[in-house]
Write a protein that binds this ligand. Structure first.
Ligand code: PMT
Length: 398
């Protein structure tokens, strides 16, 4: 439960995307948050308060003069209870009021009275989004420290296509979870590799491995949550790119090597999570190899791939380099010897049966201070612990 103990006030304004806010409440509650919904009068025309009451388990507030609030200060009481205020969907009208400090209903009043972070997920027609007035209002809100989530681009309820769709509920949930993580890597740039590589033998066959990319993608997400600017060089996997992460898709080790070298100079940290093929076929065949064309099965001559991590660590001014080692035995000995041979400050060891493919893992961090075992846990949780260790090493470096 990523939001256990968090108290979130969800403001819903008038727009067709209000129906997505119902799903958002369900997801926030599922993650352990206490959700208090406050709706504008226009929002109640799209979805009834009863829907939100049923999903949040709390009565919904719509009126500044609600007789249920004895002191008539719902705006103060509600905002003081909140760890975060989220407005989704946030209409163009609401953003305009917010940018100008207007407070003419319960939601605008409590937003103005807040003493916690405010996140808004805009939703409107693409022309409204592009209107200079909306652009001005957004610039004001950004400079006031309001977090703007999205919007996304795509089909709109009005039949047009473009920017202005509210983010999906799942995406807003991830932003909320990220919002509560410590900003340990604020202003840092992190480059990662993840997943397997695919080394072609012919147009349909190749050498690869069982890496799913889950560990690397979890670290990319954790680094982004911690405030880093993240570039993920990914081998072929079937995972969605973590929100806010810049992904570069590659297939072979040589492509991964080129992508990393194209980006590494801009980064403070390099984390090599990928299971890179050590060898590739020397001469991939242009046409499909046909069975029976030769008397014996065709031999496949292999040549060695460059060691991406070792090369990065040898650069004149390398980023903080973190390696991974997946071993079937003698984890301590092999991981530490890889750390020394690649001359990197930190390597993360995992057993093959723990690491490959699953949602959970068990890690041991090896650095100059010795070994730091991390208890078995979901990969995202371990990724956050690794990010914390990397932040400490970065601070020690400065
Ligand atoms: O993707 P998942 O299913 O979640 O699985 C995660 C994982 C098990 C793949 C991951 O946790 C892991 O252990 N990755 C490293 C796998 C490994 O054993 O790599 P290696 O021993 O071949 O290489 C050691 C280090 O050098 C790694 O950081 C690797 O990325 C890097 N390397 C290796 C070879 C090469 N040519 N270039 C490299 O950069």
């Amino acid at each position: 439960m990523e939001l256990a103990g968090r108290h979130i006030v969800l403001g819903v304004t008038g727009g067709i995307a209000a129906y997505k806010a119902a799903e958002l409440v369900r997801l926030l509650v599922r993650e352990g948050a206490a959700v208090q919904v406050v709706m504008t009068e226009a929002a109640t025309r799209f979805v009834t308060p009863v829907t939100f009451q049923a999903l949040s388990g709390r009565p919904v507030f719509t009126d500044q003069w609600d007789p249920r609030v004895a002191n008539n200060m719902a705006h103060i009481d509600l905002s003081r209870e909140a760890d975060a205020l989220l407005v989704a969907p946030a209409s163009a009208d609401f953003l305009a009021k917010l940018a100008n400090g207007l407070a003419d209903d319960l939601l605008t009043t409590l937003v103005l009275a807040r003493d916690c972070r405010l996140l808004v997920a805009p939703a409107m027609n693409r022309q409204m989004w592009e209107n200079p007035a909306t652009c001005r209002n957004l610039a004001t809100l950004r400079s006031d420290g309001v977090d703007i989530l999205g919007p996304a681009s795509g089909d709109q309820a009005c039949g047009e296509t473009g920017l202005g769709r509210m983010l999906e509920a799942e995406e807003i949930l991830l932003e909320m979870v990220a919002h509560f993580q410590p900003r340990l890597l604020a202003d840092k740039r992190v480059l990662l590799t993840a997943g397997p590589t695919f080394e072609a033998i012919d147009p349909v066959r190749g050498i690869t491995n069982l890496s799913s990319g889950k560990m690397g993608y979890a670290i990319a997400r954790a680094a982004r949550e911690a405030g880093a600017q993240v570039t993920l060089v990914s081998g072929p996997v079937s995972l969605p790119c973590p929100q806010g992460v810049n992904r570069i898709d590659v297939s072979s080790a040589l492509q991964m090597h080129a992508a990393v070298h194209g980006k590494v100079a801009e980064n403070d940290v390099f984390i090599a999570v990928a299971a890179v093929a050590d060898y590739r076929p020397a001469m991939p065949v242009a046409q499909k190899i046909k069975k029976g064309a030769q008397a014996a099965p065709p031999p496949i001559e292999l040549v060695q791939n460059p060691d991406i991590l070792a090369e990065v660590a040898m650069l004149p001014a390398p980023p903080l380099c973190v390696g991974f080692a997946a071993e079937s035995e003698k984890l301590d000995e092999y991981a530490e010897s890889k750390r020394r041979s690649k001359k990197i400050p930190l390597i993360v060891g995992n057993l093959i049966n723990d690491g490959f493919g699953g949602d959970d893992n068990t890690l041991i961090l090896f650095d100059d201070d010795g070994q730091h075992p991390l208890a078995p846990a979901p990969k995202l949780q371990l990724a956050r612990q690794l990010v914390a260790r990397i932040a400490t090493l970065l601070a020690e470096r400065q």
